[in-house]
Design a protein around this ligand. Structure first.
Ligand SMILES: [Zn+2]
Ligand SMILES: [Zn+2]
Length: 59
């Protein structure tokens, strides 16, 4: 279920047409909606509700 930073950016861009991202030490944040689209800790997509970390980061 792990995805790369590139995949996360591509998926977010195709579903929202947001194409500006900030790379942080924790993952990738969309500059338009200010949501994490990928966190390095799990590399899960934002749809993941399996891990506490993902639920918190993608809330
Ligand atoms: Zn966005
Ligand atoms: Zn997860």
């Amino acid at each position: 279920m792990a995805i790369s930073r590139d995949q996360a950016r591509n998926e977010h861009t195709s579903s929202t047409s947001h194409d500006q991202f900030s790379e942080t030490i924790y993952g990738v944040v969309c500059s338009t909606c200010h949501n994490y689209i990928l966190i390095d800790k799990t590399n899960c997509p934002p749809s993941c509700r399996e891990h506490e970390t993902c639920r918190a980061a993608y809330a």
